[in-house]
Design a protein around this ligand. Structure first.
Ligand code: AMP
Length: 214
């Protein structure tokens, strides 16, 4: 089963994708995570993407399409995947459709998380992640079970994303409204788009998504 999660930065796509991937036994493909890993490793791709990401703009389509195309060929995607953060432009969506069609595959569900724009700033400014394994947390909505200790790997160091600063968030929201929002009519026309209330609690949103994909 192949699923796309759509929604603005801070809507909870990463959190939902992680849980959903575990429940459905499919791969979670987060282009933001992939890019951050490339930046950390200092690869050519990472060097190209770093400044663009810090500004909150979008990395060029050709780079992103190549990245996801290679990733989808990996064996852990054989049973399906959940895309978090891709596609982000209509051009990326078109390339994804072509890529999947060539392999006799398709996108089964596009689930959009609807969230008030005002709430996004609160959500984004409170988030942090484990410095070792990258597991995501939030000061208000998802604290580690044992304070100061990662639930997944037990590490005690946490980091915040550079692009979660107020200025960059504004640019990211603008990029979303200008370049990503046109994906709604794109997938609506294909009859693939379903929406869930992203303002509900994490478990409730998960239940709503499960009800759609099952
Ligand atoms: P995210 O973790 O999904 O919020 O992504 C972080 C940053 O990575 C974005 O602000 C973009 O600069 C870049 N990025 C991630 N996915 C894409 C994509 N599909 N197209 C273009 N840029 C992307």
């Amino acid at each position: 089963m192949n699923i796309i999660l759509l929604g603005p930065p801070g809507a909870g796509k990463g959190t939902q994708a992680e849980e959903l991937a575990k429940k459905l036994g499919v791969a979670k493909l987060s282009t933001g995570d992939m890019l951050r890993a490339a930046v950390k490793e200092g690869t050519e791709l990472g060097k190209k993407a770093q400044d663009i990401m810090t500004r909150g703009e979008l990395v060029p389509d050709d780079i992103m399409v190549r990245m996801i195309c290679e990733r989808i060929q990996q064996p852990d995607c054989d049973d399906g995947f959940i895309l978090d953060g891709f596609p982000r432009t209509v051009s990326q969506a078109e390339s994804l459709d072509e890529m999947l069609q060539a392999e006799g595959q398709k996108i089964d569900h596009v689930v959009a998380l609807e969230v008030d724009e005002d709430a996004l700033i609160e959500r984004i400014s409170g988030r942090f992640a484990c410095a070792k394994c990258g597991a995501g947390y939030h000061e208000k909505f998802k604290q580690p079970k044992v304070p100061g200790k990662c639930d997944v790997c037990g590490a005690e160091e946490f980091i915040r994303r550079k692009d979660d600063s107020a200025d960059t968030v504004r640019t990211r929201l603008k990029a979303y409204n200008d370049q990503t929002a046109p994906l709604f009519p794109y997938y609506q026309d294909k009859g693939a788009l379903k929406t869930v209330d992203g303002m509900a609690g994490i478990d409730e949103v998960q239940n709503q998504i499960m009800a759609i994909v099952h």
